[in-house]
Design a protein around this ligand. Structure first.
Ligand code: ADP
Length: 272
């Protein structure tokens, strides 16, 4: 028994065998849950978080290295990235890291974010800019670079599917007092994702949004019962895994609300 393997590798019949995924903002919280979940499903995961290697200077952000270590200890494949997604150049380097390390990119999950809540009358320019930069520009920057990879790849491997999974919020769909910056960024992400579904379908790419209702730091401002199982990080993570897998083939341009007791598609956010 001393020589028994201490870890169980991901099942070969997982939902995402051989896929390569990037999860941004995955050093903790929901992003970390997405990364662990995709790794368990058989994907090789680039765990991105700006907190990597900055120990102490990053307002308490857990480094991506810890999540990578957990995934590897469980027999999965992962590598850490400290790229800043709000930098056009670094977003490109992040996509390059996935391709260089694991040979391809199949799934991009945009989850990185910051919160700078303040009412409109008190919000500073810096608070507006930082939230728009990380959420809206960051999501577009990684999407742009991934889309170019998928466009190139489609020429040689038209059968391979790309998966763009972005994060929106009930703030972005319905607004939320104190979150003009965040709600504007999240509304922008939802609309941009639908645009991506219209533009990238020809390259075999689906593009969808998840609106997590999970009780994380990011969603704590929205209130609700933290003991409600539908608010556990596993609930949106299951939707992300499904969207990353070939089980969601053909599903594109949708916004999946995981708030409440069930997963629903946001009305009015569908094309046609
Ligand atoms: P949640 O728990 O809802 O996922 P968090 O705020 O805990 O929300 O997680 C968001 C993550 O995004 C944090 O770990 C943070 O370090 C990361 N992050 C913030 N800005 C950037 C950025 N520009 N590039 C990459 N990661 C970022």
């Amino acid at each position: 028994a001393d020589h028994a393997p201490k870890t169980t590798p991901p099942p070969a019949d997982g939902s995402c065998p051989g896929r390569v995924a990037i999860v941004t903002g995955a050093g903790r919280g929901l992003g970390a849950e997405y990364a662990r979940r995709l790794a368990r499903a058989g994907a090789a995961v680039v765990v991105n978080d700006l907190g990597v290697g900055l120990d102490g200077a990053n307002d308490g952000t857990a480094p991506a290295d810890e999540v990578v270590a957990e995934i590897r200890a469980a027999g999965g494949r992962a590598i850490a990235s400290g790229h800043d997604v709000s930098s056009w150049k670094e977003a490109g380097q992040l996509v390059g890291l996935a391709v260089d390390t694991f040979g391809d990119l199949d799934v991009l999950v945009n989850n990185a974010g910051v919160l700078r809540d303040r009412t409109i009358t008190r919000m500073t320019e810096a608070e507006w800019d930082s939230v728009i930069q990380v959420h809206l520009k960051g999501t577009f920057a990684t999407t742009h670079h991934a889309a170019n990879h998928w466009r190139e790849r489609h020429r040689e491997h038209p059968g391979r599917a790309g998966r763009l999974i972005n994060t929106t919020s009930v703030s972005g769909l319905f607004g939320n007092a104190g979150q003009a910056n965040y709600s504007a960024a999240k509304a922008g992400i939802a609309a941009m994702t639908i645009t991506a579904s219209l533009e990238l379908g020809r390259y075999g790419v689906t593009a969808n949004c998840v609106s997590p209702g999970a009780a994380t730091r990011m969603t704590a401002a929205l209130g609700g019962d933290p003991d409600d199982p539908s608010r556990s990080p596993g609930f949106p993570a299951a939707v992300v895994e499904w969207l990353a897998s070939d089980r969601s083939d053909g599903v594109t341009g949708r916004v999946f609300l995981t708030s409440g007791k069930r997963v629903s598609v946001a009305e009015g956010w569908e094309h046609g």
